[in-house]
Design a protein around this ligand. Sequence first.
Ligand code: AHR
Length: 308
Amino acid sequence: VSTETNPPYESSILEQQIVVGFSQLGSESDWRKANTESIRDAAKEAGIQLMFENAEQSQEKQFEAIRGFIKQRVDVIAVSPVIESGWEPILHEARMAGIPVILSDRAVEVNDASLYITTIGSDFYEEGEKAGKYLLDKLSGEPGPIGIVELQGTEGSSPTIERGKGFRDIIKQRGDLIIRRAEPADFTIEQGRETMTSFLEEMGSDIKVLFAHNDDMALGAIEAIEAYGLVPGKDIVIISVDGTRKAFEMMVAGKINCIVECNPLLGPILMQAVKEVMDGRSLPKRIVPQESVYTEGVAEKEVLNRPY
Ligand code: AHR
């Protein structure tokens, strides 16, 4: 990823296998499952030993996993942080132990950015902006006020915070696009369905747009919209984030209008970064994978290409 050099970390990679301790935040969505698989496969492919811990959405469990990795003297710690805040003390513990930390997927909010090497993952703010731009385009010429509901992901997580900000910063160009309700639904299909049901009970057909922060919540919401007797993708414009095959199938069926891609296949980039860190190279502070936006017109062609 980079060519500059730094003193290498202390592990004789010439003779020993590199050991990475990875704290995954959970298994809440199809995106997450694809992300875990990508990291496991890439480690195998790179000949890196992976110690894997699933924190099931608990930051406390992530701290425990990281302490376990420190005890076992892994070479590199990788972590997908469930929420953004509260990471400074544990990152200090890793630094005191001399173990470099790479953030994967989600970001953290810390005063001292030297506590981690790099963040490998999507630009969530840009994803929110892309969703907002699609909406402005889709609704151009349609008179307001237009009621929007937002299914947010996990409260306090970087994708929830940043997607929300990016979306708002764009749609404010039109004062008659009104976010009527925004609620966290934890990136799961079940909570997407439940929260959308309660939005519909409250506002019914006043809801014209749904911005779902991920595909799983959008899929749950589609079930709720159909159960309520409205037509997803027609009565309610639906914009989602991720790009899973199931969501593309819904777009083919006309039930999702736009998908902003968020790439979960971070394993190869992560393993490459681990090798470079062990070689003493410095990395850019942010590594963002390539991503697109897909709309109804391309769904049929693209659905066949979805790898997850
Ligand atoms: O952090 C990435 C987000 O987490 C994905 O958009 C979502 O599906 C996942 O659970």
